[in-house]
Design a protein around this ligand. Structure first.
Ligand SMILES: Nc1ncnc2c1ncn2[C@@H]1O[C@H](COP(=O)(O)OP(=O)(O)OP(=O)(O)O)[C@@H](O)[C@H]1O
Ligand SMILES: [Mg+2]
Length: 304
């Protein structure tokens, strides 16, 4: 059985189409990444999958049910950490978690034990009587995750859970995500960090409301870069107009990358001529494409 099934889902706000006929499924226990530029439609999709928003068209099933006949069951099996920070700043960690337990109708005895277990799980070593306002960003995210897990959901939606936290806190957070997946939970996560996307079993790339690619990171790289990807560096300064000249000849797509450029060769003969014309000024090495290369190529458009 799939944890999530989406068929021809469309969401319109007035005449604006935020999600445009997307179809996909997420298997039980997957870490499924949802990627796309700002405004691509990721949060809107998650709001539909958590029952906060009704589709304009199309069907969704979550935990084997549709919202029409099983909203209560779905909500009991789904956890949601929203993109906006949802804890109360002026309540303590304990008060926030007790409040969420109350909303979730978790009996106090069960909730006390769970809160302790989950705070241990996320490695929370701060005082539970600290005001949330006074916690560093990474710890707030940890407490938000605990709040999303209090009712022991099978499917966890994490909308940019690591936005604005330090690299160390991000990497720790992903260790938690992997731990949840090992327990058999399904993780549906959005991120703008490509190193995090690498951690996903499969990723969907969204652009302007549509899913434009969906596969494992390795497959996406293989499919997006059928030809070798080269990293080039001008060792004695780049000649004026070289990119335009390369693009005009149809030789390659070129993307600036720090001090280098990443080049995908589309026309071997034209590329070889180009390299020949610049012998001694250009170093070229073949590199493995990263997900960032894939993202730039597919989501932001190939030739910049
Ligand atoms: N309630 C709403 N009314 C009108 N437009 C909306 C509403 N919610 C979202 N939108 C629009 O729909 C589009 C998709 O928004 P969404 O929040 O799903 O994007 P996103 O992929 O989550 O982006 P981000 O990476 O910035 O979080 C955006 O253009 C947004 O402005
Ligand atoms: Mg969003």
């Amino acid at each position: 059985m799939n944890a999530v099934e989406v068929s021809e889902l469309t969401v319109r706000f007035d005449s604006f189409t935020a999600v445009d006929r997307i179809t996909f499924a997420v298997g039980v226990g997957e870490i499924f990444g949802f990627l796309g530029a700002n405004g691509a439609g990721k949060t809107t999709t998650i709001r539909v999958l958590t029952g906060l928003l009704s589709p304009t068209e199309g069907r969704v099933r979550v935990a084997g049910r549709s919202f029409a006949d099983g909203a209560r069951t779905i909500k009991s099996r789904v956890g949601y950490m929203s993109q906006r920070f949802t804890l109360y700043d002026d309540l303590t960690v304990s008060e926030n978690l007790a409040f969420t337990s109350g909303l979730r109708k978790i009996p106090p005895a069960v909730s006390a034990e769970r809160i302790q277990r989950l705070l241990r799980f996320v490695g929370f070593n701060h005082s539970p009587s600290a005001l949330v306002r006074d916690l560093p960003g990474g710890l707030k995210q940890d407490v938000s995750l605990v709040a999303a897990l209090l009712h022991d959901p099978d499917i966890v939606f994490l909308d940019e859970p690591t936005a604005g936290v330090s690299p160390a806190a991000r990497s720790k957070f992903w260790a938690l995500i992997r731990g949840l997946a090992r327990e058999g939970k399904t993780i549906f996560v959005t991120t703008h960090h490509m190193d995090e996307a690498e951690e996903c079993g499969r990723i969907a790339l969204m652009r302007a409301g549509r899913i434009i690619a969906l596969d494992s990171p390795a497959e996406l790289k293989a499919q997006s870069f059928p030809d070798p990807l080269l990293e080039i560096e001008w060792t004695a300064g780049a000649p004026a107009g070289w990119r335009e000249s390369l693009l005009e000849r149809g030789a390659a797509s070129v993307v600036p990358y720090g001090l280098h450029h990443h080049v995908m060769v589309n026309n071997r003969a034209a590329w070889d001529r180009f390299v020949g014309e610049h012998t001694g000024r250009l170093t070229v090495r073949t590199i493995a494409p990263s997900l960032e290369d894939v993202f730039i190529r597919l989501v932001e458009g190939a030739d910049r």
